[in-house]
Ligand binder design. Structure first.
Ligand SMILES: [Zn+2]
Length: 161
């Protein structure tokens, strides 16, 4: 099945080239993460038993194995701790520079994310970055015998202007 929406991939590569997760609730037990992301909320799961707040969100607490979890908001702004900037030879479907950063969101929350809307050489350690939500090609799924396009979003971070 071709990946729709990305002209460079249209009809050329099978869906195994798709880099984004199946987000629809029929396939994904952390689908609320993506629904919240669509509302520009950056969320994860908090364990009601031991209080652990891991990222990415889980369906079982990695500390105490409890399944009694709730959704909580994470900060949507942070600071770059370390980063890599790939200028040449970026993978198909990505633009140069391809930047990934370790971001400190505060409160003990750190994550690695792609940085977008950032020129080569612009990012520094300590640069303030904020959540950026963008649409990705929909997933074609079958629902009650009908093929539908399940819309998807994903996130990166971008420098605060
Ligand atoms: Zn727990």
């Amino acid at each position: 099945m071709p990946v729709p929406g990305l002209p460079i991939l249209e009809g050329l590569y099978p869906s195994t080239m798709d880099l984004y997760p199946f987000e629809a609730k029929e396939f994904n037990r952390i689908h609320p993460f993506y629904e919240n992301l669509r509302q520009k909320r950056f969320t994860t799961t908090k364990c009601k038993k031991c209080g652990n707040v891991p990222f990415p969100p889980r369906v079982v607490c990695p500390e105490c194995n409890s399944e009694d979890l709730e959704w909580v908001d994470l900060p949507t702004q942070g600071k770059v701790l370390r980063f890599t900037e790939e200028v040449a030879g970026v993978p198909l479907g990505f633009e140069s520079p391809l930047i990934h950063a370790l971001i400190d969101l505060g409160g003990g929350h750190k994550l690695i994310s792609r940085i977008i809307n950032c020129k080569e050489g612009q990012l520094k350690e300590g640069t303030a970055v904020k959540l950026a939500v963008f649409e990705v090609p929909p997933m074609i799924i079958e629902k009650k015998g009908v093929m539908i396009e399940a819309e998807r979003v994903f996130f990166a971070f971008e420098p605060v202007k």
